[in-house]
Ligand binder design. Structure first.
Ligand code: FEO
Ligand code: CA
Ligand code: CA
Length: 637
């Protein structure tokens, strides 16, 4: 109790700081004020600022909160499975059967635990919203509900057979399937030459400043210029030149062995490596034993660029974007053509990052995007209580980033991104997950999913709640103007807290949604977000089951009188998070990943749901669903 009282004191101090800062921002000159005048309403002070009867711009009738074995969507909408774990991706493949699927078979079927989704229209460069490539991350496997004989008891990695480990390795990575919509129904084009699986075994190139570094040289890749496979592919992004960026969100539990026996134990410790070999890989492949192949660890935790239009293309690990538990690699082309990538590092007290390319992208020549992510400036965010956020360049020679401090060159700055960011004094955050830019306003949003480890003595201006089980959304406002005039290369922005999540009726949560938020509308643990073509935010949550509510999708206005007013659109089945929200260019379909249904169950025999098939003796299957209006119109328009 006394801890909480102390915490409350700290929060009061921070809010007092923000009251004065808010006055400063509203009084500032220029284009910012015009947006801010309607904009800051829904933030910390929402309850005081609203007239009754404010209307959301989102036209759907809110789903009444529901939490059960299946998914639900607002009235007047449908949410249909497009692709699920194990679905055939090649002509002539048999229907999915969990009991008989081999590792080799899995490598040619849709992967497990769907996450980030990119929809890339066909043909390349078009805006076709009825035929395109569905590019889906497959983050990891929930082996406790995939197989009959493995439980969620910490022993799975040690007990798995060689075939099970290989199947799991083939079930992760990324899935690319051509899809088409006919009569309002999306389906996979099973014999498309573009259908492709990328797994833990797919050959990849390494590019950027770290390519060829001594730490990248392994027995299998002695020149340090290539790598094998990708892992924990969580968030991602799309580029205007038609590629997908997939984020490797940490590899800390996927290696076995004693990290203290490696030449860079301090780095692996900073990245959370525990040698647990959670998926059993080190038992069968030396490359996953840090005592035998320590440099293999340096092949992960990057952003990987994939050209989905060419099934023979080699994915490229872009090391200039830094090494972290990557979440999001959201691309914005600045008005001067510089390519900007916003990224979060999803771990406790980690940071928010930005990359700005050296070269300018030429929209008239998409080939100018090739390799543009290999040269540029990576920066990390430092938030100040005066409402500014400064981007600190992670550039060798900048301040403490010198050889004397363990950063021999730019490659080492990037290999030790977290340590370099520590040295510059970046602001520790409450687990930064997704980031996204509002295409209409140009404002940037960073989601802090939650941080149970936050304590009163660690609070800062932008992470304001101890024991933050609820998460929050930070709004970052580039200078220069609204929309395309926003300068995403500026050295500093301003910031605000868009919403503090939680149950507004529970004072312990300290939530700050719009005053008219309904019983169904509030959310916890925001995790991913996207915007529709009109600039309305759609938030996906991960962790709501801890509050006995479903994870789901919520639409939220960011501008106008309903700013910060969320409405529930979609609810996931029990045990599943909602993730990867992605619109077709015309806004008529919102794709969403339903990840890890029933994962909360100790084993398959006790699965809390067998979504989406509900077949007797079957398995739950992570899947991508397509949310559409029954009349085919634009979602929420
Ligand atoms: Fe894979 Fe950070 O969620
Ligand atoms: Ca996630
Ligand atoms: Ca998450």
């Amino acid at each position: 109790m006394s801890d909480r009282m102390n915490s409350s004191q700290d929060i009061r101090t921070i809010i007092a700081d923000r009251v004065s800062r808010r006055g400063f921002l509203l009084g500032s000159a220029g284009g910012l004020t015009a947006v801010a005048a309607g904009g800051f309403v829904g933030s910390l002070f929402s309850g005081q600022a609203h007239a009754q009867g404010v209307q959301s711009s989102l036209t759907f009738t809110e789903l009444t909160r529901i939490y059960d074995q299946t998914h639900h969507v607002a009235e007047g909408y449908k949410a249909e499975v497009v692709a699920a774990w194990g679905d055939a991706m090649q002509a002539g493949q048999a229907a999915f059967d969990a009991k008989t699927m081999t590792a080799a078979d899995q490598a040619a079927r849709f992967g497990y635990n769907a996450d980030f989704i990119a929809y890339l229209p066909l043909p390349r460069g078009s805006q076709n919203s009825d035929n395109g490539l569905l590019c889906v991350n497959n983050e990891y496997v929930s082996f406790n509900v995939m197989f009959d004989d493995l439980a969620d008891d910490g022993e799975g990695g040690a007990k798995m057979t060689a075939e099970q480990v290989a199947l799991c390795n083939a079930a992760i990575g990324h899935s690319i399937v051509e899809i088409k919509r006919e009569a309002g129904v999306w389906s996979v084009v099973q014999d498309s030459p573009m259908n492709r699986r990328i797994t833990l075994d797919t050959p990849m190139a390494i590019s950027g400043p770290v390519a060829g570094h001594a730490w990248m040289k392994t027995t299998a890749e002695p020149d340090g210029m290539s790598a094998r496979g990708t892992n924990y592919n969580c968030g991602g992004g799309m580029t205007p030149w038609g590629t997908v960026l997939t984020c490797e969100e940490g590899a800390s539990d996927t290696f076995g062995g004693d990290i203290t026996k490696t030449p860079f134990a301090d780095v692996l410790e900073r990245y959370g490596y525990d040698g647990s070999d959670y998926y059993g890989r080190a038992r069968f492949e030396d490359r996953f034993n840090v005592e035998k192949e320590p440099n293999e660890t340096n092949h992960f935790d990057w952003v990987v660029e994939i050209d989905p239009y060419d099934a023979t293309s080699t994915p490229v690990k872009r090391t200039a974007l830094g090494r972290m538990a990557h979440e999001a690699s959201t691309v914005v082309v600045n008005k001067d053509g510089k390519v900007v990538v916003y990224m979060g590092d999803d771990d406790y007290f980690e940071y928010v990052y930005r990359f700005v390319s050296d070269a300018a992208y030429d929209a008239a020549n998409p080939a100018s995007g090739k390799d543009i992510l290999d040269a540029g400036t990576l920066s990390v965010a430092q938030f100040a209580a005066d409402g500014t956020v400064t981007w600190l360049p992670l550039v060798h020679g900048n301040g403490p980033l010198t050889a004397e401090n363990g950063f021999a060159d730019q490659a080492e700055v990037l290999l030790k991104t977290r340590l370099a960011a520590d040295a510059l004094g970046a602001t520790p955050m409450d687990r930064p997950e997704d980031m996204e830019t509002n295409p209409v306003t140009g404002r940037v949003y960073a989601i802090m999913t939650k941080n149970k480890k936050m304590t009163a003595d660690k609070l800062n201006a932008v992470n304001t709640r101890p024991e933050n089980f609820y998460g929050h959304i930070v709004e970052m406002i580039p200078p220069g103007g609204v929309g395309v005039d926003a300068d995403h290369t500026a050295a500093s922005y301003t910031w605000d807290l868009f919403v503090l999540a939680g149950n507004p009726k529970d004072p312990v949560h300290g939530a700050t949604f719009h005053a008219e938020t309904s019983e169904s509308g509030w959310f916890v643990c925001p995790d991913n977000l996207t915007f529709d073509p009109k600039g309305r935010m759609f938030v996906a949550t991960d962790g709501a089951n801890d509050f006995d509510i479903a994870d789901g999708i919520y639409g939220v206005d960011t501008e106008g009188p309903a700013r910060g007013l969320p409405k529930l659109l979609f609810a996931s089945p029990i045990g599943a998070e909602a993730t990867g929200p992605c619109f077709t260019p015309d806004g008529t379909t919102l794709f969403v990943s339903v990840q890890h249904p029933a994962e909360d169950s100790d084993m398959l025999a006790n699965a809390s749901t067998l979504w989406p098939d509900f077949a007797e003796g079957g398995v739950p299957r992570p899947a991508v669903v397509a949310i559409q209006r029954l009349d085919g119109g634009e979602v929420a328009a």
